[in-house]
Design a protein around this ligand. Structure first.
Ligand SMILES: [Cu+2]
Length: 150
């Protein structure tokens, strides 16, 4: 192997190892893992908000052409929320702006993510997977209230 080739090869391997190590560290050390597909929650056909304790919520989102259920949820600041997501028809996307929640709504399956809302404000949720003629209007929001308003 040419010396320059060898150098480029070693540099590439070092870079990729570094990136890979950081991703593993984020997932295992900081618990910022990829969304889970879960099997221990029964499929549901209605969206709902369940409160378990002060600041502890569970939201079952149902994505359908072309809306999310429940729509416009209000939560107190500091809430930790378990997000469950399924679809009533086709594949939809689900992204909560300002957080790293980015899921797919798959009919027959349930996606799961946990998120903590540390700051008050309006968190818009958009469908980012093409789902038909009304796709661009498929949004909802979570309004987080309380604490110090800026
Ligand atoms: Cu959609």
């Amino acid at each position: 192997m040419d010396r320059a080739e060898k150098g480029a090869f070693i540099t590439a391997v070092l870079f990729l190892s570094f990136f890979f190590a950081l991703i593993v560290y984020a997932a295992k050390g900081l618990n910022i893992d990829v969304p889970t597909c879960i099997t221990d929650v029964k499929p549901y056909t209605q969206g709902q908000v369940i409160q378990h304790a002060p600041n502890r919520y569970e939201i079952h989102y149902l994505a359908k052409m072309w809306y999310f259920e429940p729509a416009d949820v209000e939560l107190p600041v500091g809430s930790t929320v378990d997000i469950y997501l399924t679809s009533g028809d086709v594949i939809h996307g689900f992204q909560i702006d300002g957080t790293n929640v980015n899921l797919m709504a798959v009919p027959g399956a349930i996606s799961y993510a946990r998120v903590k809302f540390e700051k008050p404000g309006v968190y818009h949720i958009v469908c980012h997977e093409y789902c038909g003629i009304g796709h661009q209007d498929m949004t909802t929001k979570i309004v987080v209230k309380g604490g110090e308003q800026k």
